[in-house]
Design a protein around this ligand. Sequence first.
Ligand SMILES: Cc1ncc(COP(=O)(O)O)c(C=O)c1O
Length: 334
Amino acid sequence: MTLPNTLAVKSWCDDITEAIGNTPLIRLNRIVADLPCTVFAKLESLNPGLSAKDRIALSMIETAEKDGRLTEGGTVIESTSGNTGFSVAMICAVKGYSCVLFTTAKISDEKLIALKSLGAKVVVCPTNVKPKDPKSYYSRAQSLHESIENSIYLNQYFNLDNTAAHYKSTGPEIWRQTQGKITHYIAACGTGGTLCGTGKYLKEQNEYLKIIGVDAYGSVLKKYHETGEFDEKEIYPYKLEAVGKNIIPANVNFDIVDKFIKIEDKIAAHRARELAKSEGILVGYSAGAAIEGVLRLKEELTKDDVVVVLFSDHGSKYFGKVFSDDWMKEQKFM
Ligand SMILES: Cc1ncc(COP(=O)(O)O)c(C=O)c1O
């Protein structure tokens, strides 16, 4: 389409990838009524792929294209708990790449169907195996990459384009949207990209700003941050999806994080449900953990503070889990 001369600004997207980013910042009211300060939610659920992972998938793929590691007819491989896979599959569909995703048995049925609907091939791997085990989803992805020419393994845990995407986009957006008034940034931490890419940008604007990571019971991140020790005893199965890790991802920049807070599976699930009912914001399981993290900061917050909590994905991805009474009862959460 040719733009008429009178139209200076393009008012459409040439494909779905152009709709990524610039997500809204929404003030929370009822759920944070006991806090003295202002709390905003950065709604990453409103990206076209319904999560923050759209940003990193686009950044990792476009960087590989620019430096020639990915060319026409290529295959994009990733190990993913679901959201990155969805974003990668969406972008591969637009750009015409084949997409193979390795995931774990913890993935929800909804997420699995979504990935396949976007044309991806999905391989489900066991959950409770060590990362170096040849059966792990990391090892399987790596070995497929080695066996296919013109393929890339995105590897969001160690690919620093993950952090860079949030440094370039999410950080500046939040700074602009709060007019530089943000005092605390809090987000769930898995690969570390959302917390640390955004956090690094924000801390560069204001060195006094606090960066708080939300971790899970069963993950090594909090203890590693506090002691420098990788403690295998911290690792055990848990329900909270995409939060916490059993490895130390290169995208977690421990130096810029002020503290990690661990949130229990059950409380996170209830908070996600409460967000929908009290704020009308239907977001995922990790958002429940993130808002509980905010509530636990109560003693250190003052009336002038401006907290931004990032909600990573959309609640529609959890209708068979957190938003299902049956699932909640099966977990003994109700
Ligand atoms: C729903 C959800 N929340 C939180 C996270 C953690 O974000 P990050 O990997 O950027 O640390 C992820 C990552 O997969 C996610 O999918």
